[in-house]
Structures are given as structure tokens and as C-alpha cells.
Design a protein around this ligand. Structure first.
Ligand SMILES: Nc1nc2c(ncn2[C@@H]2O[C@H](COP(=O)(O)OP(=O)(O)OP(=O)(O)O)[C@@H](O)[C@H]2O)c(=O)[nH]1
Ligand SMILES: [Mg+2]
Ligand SMILES: [Zn+2]
Length: 362
């Protein structure tokens, strides 16, 4: 029995890295799930969704080349999304850092989408780092002043260009000895940046359409790549719409770090900060301490914009649902794999174990 980390998952075959070896595994049909919550969730999920890139697993192998995944160890966190009409998708698990990549232009920088990525990483308990790529295409001052808001909230922002090399060293320093993932819309240059960060990776890159200014979804699979300077990074396929996985509506406000200090000051402990009297968040909004655009993002995610507090819907009427604002995919669930504040401490303990494994893989 060996402990390893899943670096690739395809057609129910998992590549697991154990120390020096790369072992191709399938799931033992009666797999052991250590994590109680995972077991519950499993009822809803297909077996194929059980294991994701980044998962730590116990495997058995007789020939050192192929084997079985015997056990999936509890996840420290997971980055994923909900999808209309489909099961939720876990993109990568056990991440130290989520590198949220957007382009300064082509495709255009969408701050509302950025807010959704930030909330997702806050809810999952992973450290977000914002990377604005393609800085060579814009007047840097304009973008930097736009991003000041995020820096003032406390989010690190790295300005980069795969063309000029700006930010590449800073990215390396951020990623060193960590497990990270590059996530963001298609065409922002995630794979191009990774090729620059570690020459020799030879990840496929694609054009941004002249007509639609959108990427072509060139990267189609998640793969955890080993970094020469230490650590692992997952390149991930571009995301068109980020449905909020595991974001319990009752905690949504706390996933906006700039709101946190005001939350205990609202008159009602369950204040939604949308329409209640004596709301400290709205007072802070009025005095400019909370940014209006961020507050708007909050309301949209909450679904309060159109008065709907709808659960994630299985429905097929996609077009209809898409017109209902961003709140449709939020889950009211407090069970399942939710990464709530109470679970943070437990996760941090697990993280230590995870680090030991990482150390042993070097
Ligand atoms: N001008 C400029 N173009 C860039 C930069 N980085 C990437 N590109 C171009 O942007 C396009 C998309 O790059 P990719 O690396 O394929 O983008 P991606 O984010 O991996 O896209 P998906 O795999 O589809 O999610 C390519 O034509 C790259 O050459 C940059 O810093 N500046
Ligand atoms: Mg790519
Ligand atoms: Zn309030």
C-alpha cells in the first residue's frame, strides 16, 4: 500500500504519483471512503466523479506500473463549480493556492466573474491570488487603478505578460513548493503563462477568436504538473460560467472580506444586507467603505437582485434560467462537502499531513 497524489484523471483511469513512480490506477469497486461527508455525497455522484486531480489516495500495485485506488483520503478543499442541468464538477482538490487568471484585454477583464472566483476560493478555504495577464496589450495604469480595489481588500494581484515576461518570476515565487491551479476564462493565457514559467512543458495554446474575442477552450483536461523549482500546478480548462459550488448562502457575506468587520454590527444577526433596517454593511456602502460594484456582485450572487433565493436547479430551461441573474446556482445546503468556517481548523491540520506527502514526493 502506497500513498500518492492523483495527477490526471481520464475515462476512469487515474495517474497516481507515488514518490518516484507514476502508476496507472482504476478504482477498487468497493472503495473505502474515509470522509463521512464524501460518502453521503457519493449517493448522488457517479463513481467517475469520486476522484479528482489533486486527491490523495492509497493505492495498491503489484507491478509498480498499474494498480488500484483502495482509499481516497479526506479532501482539504476542492475547487469546482455547479453546472446547470448537470452534476457539480470538482476541478481540482487539495489546493494551497488558486491562481485566478484574467486577461487585461482580449478577452475583456470581467470583474463580476472575478468576484465569483474569489468567493469560490474563499468558501473553499484556499488562498486566492489574482493574475492579470496580457499587460502588454493595455495601458498598465488603467488596469492597475481598476485593480486597486482588490489590492485594498487584501488580495494579491500579479500583473503579467507571457509576451514581455512581466510577472513570471513573481508567479514562480508564489507557486514554489505549493500545490496550485491556474483557473479563469478561456483564452486569458493560462497555458501560455505556464509554458513561460516552466519552459519545456509544451502545453497546447489556442487563439482568441477575432470575431467573438473569446478563447477556443484549448485545454480540455486538468493535469497536475510537477514544477522543477518545487511544487505542483494544475492547468485547467477555461471556465465560461462559474456556478458557485459549496457557497452556503448564509455565509456568502463572510466570503467578501471587506464586509466581515461590519457583519456583527447589523441589527439582525441574519441580515441579508439587502433591505433590512440598521444594516452596517449598507452604512459602510453609503460612506464608501464598501465598494458599490462589489456590493452589487454580492447581491447578484445572493440572488437578491430579482428577489429569488433559488437553489441550484436541475432544470433544462437554460435560457430562462440564465436571465435570472447570478443567484440561480447558489446552494442553501449546509450539509454535503461545504467548507464552512467551522471546518477550517480541521482542514488546516490535514494540510500539515498533506505537506509531509508533498515533501516526500520531491
Ligand atoms: N498579447 C498577449 N497574448 C497572450 C499572452 N498570453 C497568452 N496570449 C495569447 O492568448 C491566446 C490564448 O492563450 P492560451 O494559453 O491558450 O489561453 P488559456 O487560458 O490556456 O485558454 P484555454 O486553454 O482555452 O482555457 C494565445 O493566442 C496566446 O498566444 C500575453 O501575455 N500577451
Ligand atoms: Mg489552456
Ligand atoms: Zn446588514
Amino acid at each position: 500500500m502506497n500513498e500518492g497524489i492523483v495527477i490526471k484523471a481520464r475515462n476512469s483511469i487515474y495517474e497516481v504519483r507515488c514518490k518516484e513512480e507514476l502508476i496507472r490506477c482504476v478504482l477498487r469497486p468497493k472503495i473505502k471512503l474515509e470522509d463521512e461527508r464524501m460518502r453521503e455525497e457519493t449517493k448522488e455522484m457517479r463513481m467517475a466523479d469520486l476522484v479528482s486531480v489533486g486527491d490523495r489516495v492509497i493505492i495498491s500495485s503489484e507491478d509498480g506500473a498499474t494498480g488500484y485506488i483502495e482509499e481516497i483520503l479526506p479532501r482539504e478543499n476542492q475547487f469546482g463549480r455547479t453546472r446547470i442541468g448537470k452534476l457539480p464538477q470538482v476541478i481540482a482538490a487539495n489546493l494551497d493556492i488558486l491562481l485566478i487568471v484574467f486577461a487585461a484585454r482580449n478577452p475583456a477583464l470581467k470583474l463580476r466573474m472575478l468576484d465569483r472566483f474569489l468567493v469560490t476560493s474563499e468558501a473553499a478555504g484556499m488562498e486566492p491570488v489574482i493574475c492579470i495577464n496580457k499587460m502588454d496589450l493595455v495601458n498598465p495604469e488603467g488596469v492597475k487603478s481598476q485593480m486597486k480595489l482588490y489590492e485594498s481588500i487584501g488580495y494579491p494581484v500579479i500583473y503579467a505578460s507571457a509576451v514581455t515576461g512581466e510577472g513570471i518570476e513573481e508567479l514562480r515565487l508564489t507557486m514554489r513548493d505549493k500545490i496550485s491551479a491556474f483557473a479563469g476564462p478561456s483564452g486569458v493565457g493560462k497555458s501560455t503563462l505556464l509554458n513561460a514559467i516552466q519552459p519545456g512543458l509544451k502545453l497546447r495554446i489556442g487563439d482568441v477568436s477575432e470575431r467573438t474575442h473569446k478563447g477556443q477552450h484549448t485545454t480540455s483536461e486538468v493535469e497536475l504538473l510537477s514544477l522543477d523549482f518545487g511544487g505542483f500546478v494544475a492547468d485547467t480548462p477555461g471556465i465560461r460560467a462559474l456556478g458557485l459550488l459549496e457557497v452556503g448562502i448564509q455565509y456568502l457575506d463572510s466570503y467578501f472580506p471587506e464586509m466581515r468587520e461590519y457583519l456583527p454590527l447589523c441589527k439582525y444577526p441574519t441580515c441579508s444586507h439587502a433591505h433590512e433596517p440598521d444594516c452596517a454593511v449598507k452604512t459602510a456602502l453609503g460612506s464608501g467603505k464598501i465598494n458599490a460594484k462589489r456590493y452589487e456582485s454580492y447581491l447578484r450572487m445572493r440572488g437578491a437582485k430579482d428577489g429569488r433565493y433559488e437553489r441550484r436547479t436541475k432544470g433544462t430551461k437554460r435560457a430562462k434560467l440564465e436571465n435570472k441573474g447570478d443567484g440561480i446556482d447558489i446552494t442553501n445546503d449546509t450539509t454535503g462537502w461545504t467548507n464552512e468556517r467551522a471546518n477550517r481548523k480541521k482542514r488546516q491540520d490535514k494540510s500539515r499531513r498533506h505537506r509531509v506527502l508533498l515533501e516526500s514526493l520531491k
